[in-house]
Design a protein around this ligand. Sequence first.
Ligand code: PBG
Length: 325
Amino acid sequence: MYLQRRNRILRATPSIRSLVAETTLTPNDFIVPLFIDEGENIETEIASMPNYFRRSIDLTVKEVKELWSLGIKSVLLFIKCKDELKDNTGKEAWNRDGLMQRSIRAIKDAVPGMYVMTDVALDPYSSYGHDGIVENGEIVNDPTVEALVKMSVSHADAGVDMVAPSDMMDGRIGAIREGLEENGFTKVGIMAYSAKYASCFYGPFRDALDSAPGFGDKKTYQMDYSNRTEAIRETLMDIEEGADIVMVKPGLPYLDIVREVKNAVDVPVSVYNISGEYAMIKAAAKMGWINEEKAIIETLTAFKRAGADLIATYFAKDAAKLLNV
Ligand code: PBG
């Protein structure tokens, strides 16, 4: 048999495969979501996220040091707000001494090089479990944006490097940028959750923070998963309003959106490998149906191949360890 071209030549050995690999994964690609709780010396495993924990600030700081030693450069903070501090204004979100503000200070104090990002949305603080303020059963846009600006400025004041609005209200990126400028926080960045879809795959996360919506769903603000063009419009608007990084979320069922966004923009693109995606791999691995380590690396590499420059993932620590050997 005579063949002019044999594609298997470039697949023959590990050396040639790595020489021609188009995509590489490193700990520099990861953003590590961290769940933070009140108290001391507390570490609670999240039932639907095996081997993932909610920790008090002291143990979070310890974890951040370990992540830093593994070459990880960024964390994304979420807090679990006490029930008695939740209300419909979300005002605990901009409490100078709130759990989030104390966490930012403690982490920046202990590991100044770690790039600290914070989730900005009202859901952990809302008595309704919604990302915004509720009036007559509706999530009202403009009052919510005002609250998000106060929240962002308060995170900036505590020393955050970048805020990450995940609420999907209209106009919030521009308003937050203006709020940061007006208050002199000209070095604080914005990572916009730009194409964020209303997804069933957020379930385990809402267990972690006890933040499930008390009524209805999030479909009047998060995007409809039938839509693709809308993702580009949302993303371009966020960039115009001042987003430094844009995000697509969820990740795995949305790789087409990651690629479209990547092709449409000239800022870094991140993707969120969310809680339900983590739970699926963990569950299948526990059943012995897939090889967990291989599934992690393959999944994360696929995100990069799809066009993600950064990946927020609960697998970051495991992946960094696997990549470091
Ligand atoms: C809050 C927020 C959510 C997630 C990140 N920020 C939940 C939601 O929008 O309901 C989900 C993350 C995950 O599932 O891992 N607005």
